[in-house]
Design a protein around this ligand. Structure first.
Ligand code: IMP
Length: 433
């Protein structure tokens, strides 16, 4: 049995799309288990660039079946437009892309509520992607959500949506936000949503049948460990379980069937939106990382905050997700630095911490404790063998392994598929057999 989950070890945008794209040909199914079109997985093949937000990155491989699991929230309009983009690029999805009947749908009122709530929070806003993700998960937990399978029962569905719009309008009005026109909203939504119908399946049954037949599943996480609603920097998090545990509930795949976990970490750190970020650099080094690393959100285009590698964050992610190995991405972005810092722990009001403290307010007060390593000042892009890396780069990677407690099995030195080092004898090379 080979079912591997790929999870972000930081605050998202670690380069999961590229890694999933490399692993996908060695798996039969690629599945998403949480999040929605707030994710932005950039995959570059030759001079073609694809940004996949909702549909699993495996769709670019003809042999792969792709699943949007029950734990994902699906905006029909985003789904349809991504499908159209793929079609225009010659990628056909029919017959190999499936949406769980139990996946909740994002409706226009979720987007309006997301925006209204963020506006109300003002300076304390989460900095959401404004895609309606949080409000859709709220409705799921409140048991008033609309699920993809409801599209098979149009009369009941219309009734539920009418009730919801009326209730959400009261809430929107209380925040001084514009209300939604009941019938137009409903009709426009249904036009988009009904186009989902041919893709809807009981994907838990589909995945479990496939694994029984010996098929391998690659499980694609979105966002990252520090954005997990339980384990992240709450309340500055997304509204789902981005950590590996979410893959069981989000797909209906039992924990004992997940045979491997790969953590993706950037060779430095980035974060989009609000919330604490101990190693954030607000100086010229931070500006350099942003420019050289092209650190702008794939979905919203927002500039990402940047900082040094935070080993406490990645160590925490290794613990929570049980990573067999790490993939270290964007190593080439550090090529020019004379010296590179790694944060090994925090000084929190005089107390030295080696794990993430409770509370975003506490983490915001933590000062990173740094170790300084020499830079390598040479180009790592296009190097495909670990031994060919400059010695200082190898030392940096070794230090990351020691501090985080997991081997680095894959190193990415550029956006292209070819700009990747896969270490022999590592879990990643095993999964690619
Ligand atoms: P939401 O998921 O839109 O509710 O946003 C909640 C927080 O998660 C915000 O700080 C977003 O910037 C962040 N976030 C959501 N999706 C991503 C992602 O794919 N990459 C990085 N940050 C994300």
């Amino acid at each position: 049995m080979k079912n591997v989950v790929v999870v972000g070890a930081q605050w998202g945008d670690e380069g999961k799309g590229k890694v999933v794209d490399i692993l996908a040909p060695h798996f039969d199914i690629v599945a998403r288990y949480q999040g929605g079109h707030n994710a932005g997985h950039t995959v570059r093949i030759g001079d073609r660039k694809f940004i996949l937000r909702l549909i699993p990155s495996g769709i670019l491989h003809e042999e792969c079946r792709c699943v949007i699991g029950n734990g994902v929230v699906v905006d029909p309009r985003a789904f349809n437009s991504e499908l159209q983009e793929l079609r225009e690029a010659g990628v056909e999805c029919e017959g190999r892309l499936f949406v769980s009947s139990r996946a909740h749908l994002i409706l226009p009122y979720h987007v309006s509520l997301d925006r209204a709530r963020e506006e109300r929070l003002g300076a304390n806003s989460v900095g959401t992607t404004m895609r309606g993700i949080g409000p859709a998960y709220e409705d799921k937990a409140s048991r008033v959500g609309i699920r993809a399978g409801d599209l098979n029962y149009p009369d009941l569905l219309r009734e539920k949506i009418r009730t919801n719009i009326a209730e959400k309008n009261v809430e929107l009005a209380s925040m001084g936000a514009e209300q939604l026109a009941l019938e137009t909203t409903l009709d426009e939504f249904l036009v988009e949503a009904l186009r989902l119908k041919p893709f809807i399946r009981d994907t838990a049954v589909m995945i479990n049948t496939a694994t029984r037949e010996g098929k391998a599943v690659l499980v694609e996480g979105a966002q990252g460990t520090m954005l997990d609603v339980d384990h992240g920097t709450y309340p500055f998090v997304t509204s789902s379980n981005a950590t590996a545990g979410g893959s069981s509930t989000g797909l209906g795949l039992a924990p004992k069937k997940i045979t491997g976990a790969l953590g993706i970490a950037k060779a430095y750190t980035t974060r989009v939106g609000g919330g604490p970020f101990p190693t954030e650099l607000l100086d010229e080094h931070g500006a350099y990382l942003q420019k050289r690393g092209n650190e702008y959100g794939a979905v919203t285009g927002r500039p990402r905050r940047t900082g040094w590698f935070d080993a406490t964050v990645v160590r925490y992610a290794v613990m929570l997700n049980g990573f067999d190995a790490l993939a270290l991405t964007k190593l080439d972005v550090l090529d020019e630095f004379e010296e590179i810092k790694i944060s090994t722990g925090y000084n929190c009001g005089g107390e030295l911490l080696d794990t993430i403290p409770y509370g975003a307010n506490v983490l915001a007060e933590c000062a990173p404790v740094y170790e300084t390593l020499p830079g390598w000042r040479s180009t790592t892009s296009r190097i495909t063998g670990f031994d060919d890396l400059p010695p200082a780069a190898k030392d940096y990677i070794q230090r990351v392994e020691e501090l985080c407690g997991a081997p680095v099995a894959l190193i990415s030195t550029g956006p292209d598929r070819a700009e990747t080092i896969i270490r022999d004898g590592s879990p990643v090379s095993d999964w690619m057999k």
